[in-house]
Design a protein around this ligand. Structure first.
Ligand SMILES: [Zn+2]
Length: 346
């Protein structure tokens, strides 16, 4: 173990015996990939950067909207005015909080084609996402690579979390065999979500990350923790004995269906937002200046180096340099593809 000086800013954490000097050095040398930088993600990123992880890769596909500010603690009105993607806005805040941490913002949609690259060098993977498809992709990648990851999810006034140590504890698919059917589980848009439950679940997740990174796997939570701040429920569901008992395709049979499956849909309906994401990766980057010239006669256009916004009829386009677009004003995938072809092209 190296004996380098630990900055005074971490003194209160070092004094805590579970971390100590050794644990803090491990934290300082650690790499974390955080998938999603919304409600859970901003709380997680804030905790990790203040605690002094060495390197934080922050991935999010979205831009910031006014209704995010109630719970997404790293964003403010100026970020919305500047049209910043979430990952970029969060990275700017975090660098001011702790310049000693390397923060790498990545604006992209995490899927089976890029997950292995995004988590390959991480010591722990954290789930700040808002949907089960991404979580199954993370779970497959984590089990395949033998990397610990921490699941978290919130809706309304309740949330839950569990920690997956591949080979040691049940994986996400051992516990949740399949994703809830569309419409079965509520979404933030239909059921709403309270800021406090987000902070609680993300704080549990962050503490789990500290334990793993500081070398205290023995302290890791082995249950599924469920909390409802409105109904006053605090429950621990024993899941440890599922390991090896259920016929899990992922950690049991080593069949990574979410990594190996057919390429996911080109379009994704964004949970109840009346918006569709059209994934259409282009070689190189889109030329926003040229696009803006073309589109300006058809509707309202603005752009910066991160995204281009275009309003036409009742639709709002947000286009990213890699060719991906979020089209607001429809839930219809075919309609969204048609609109994309009409205005973005390809
Ligand atoms: Zn499993």
């Amino acid at each position: 173990m190296n004996s380098r000086e630990i900055p005074e800013r971490y003194s209160r954490q070092v004094r805590f015996p579970g971390i100590g000097q050794d644990g803090q050095r491990r934290l300082l040398d650690s790499k974390v990939t955080l998938v999603g930088c919304g409600a859970l993600g901003t709380v997680l990123a804030n905790a990790l950067v203040r605690a002094g992880v060495g390197y934080l890769r922050l991935i999010d596909r979205d831009f910031i909207e006014t209704n995010n500010l109630q719970r997404q603690i790293l964003f403010d009105e100026a970020d919305i005015a500047a049209n910043l993607p979430k990952a970029e806005a969060a990275a700017r805040k975090l660098r001011v909080v702790n310049s000693g941490v390397m923060v790498e913002p990545i604006v992209t949609d995490v899927d089976r084609t890029n997950i292995l690259d995004l988590v390959g060098d991480a010591d722990v993977i954290l789930d700040g996402s808002d949907n089960f498809e991404v979580r199954y992709v993370i779970n497959d990648a984590a089990v395949k690579l033998g990397k610990p990851w921490v699941y978290g999810g919130c809706i309304g006034s309740h949330g839950q979390t569990m920690t997956i140590l591949p080979g040691e504890t049940p994986c996400l698919r051992c516990v949740f065999e399949a994703a809830p059917a569309p419409g079965e589980a509520g979404t933030c848009e239909t059921a709403g979500v309270l800021g406090p439950i987000v902070n609680i679940v993300a704080s549990y997740q962050a503490a789990e990350a500290f334990k793993i990174l500081a070398g205290h796997r023995d302290a890791v939570n082995r249950d599924l923790v469920y909390i409802d701040v409105w109904e006053n429920v605090n429950r621990r569901i024993k899941i440890a004995n599922l390991k090896g008992k259920v016929d899990c395709p992922c950690c049991g049979r080593g069949k990574f269906e979410w990594l190996e499956g057919e390429h996911g849909a080109q379009t994704t309906s964004l949970c109840g937002r009346n918006a569709v994401q059209v994934s259409h990766r282009v070689a190189g980057k889109l030329d926003f200046e040229a696009m803006a010239r073309e589109l300006s006669s058809l509707g309202k256009v603005s752009f910066n180096k991160f995204l281009l916004k275009f309003d036409v009829d009742d639709f709002q386009f947000t286009v990213f340099p890699d060719g991906r677009a979020i089209i607001k004003g429809t839930n219809d995938a075919d309609k969204a593809k048609t609109l994309y072809a009409k205005y973005v092209g390809h």
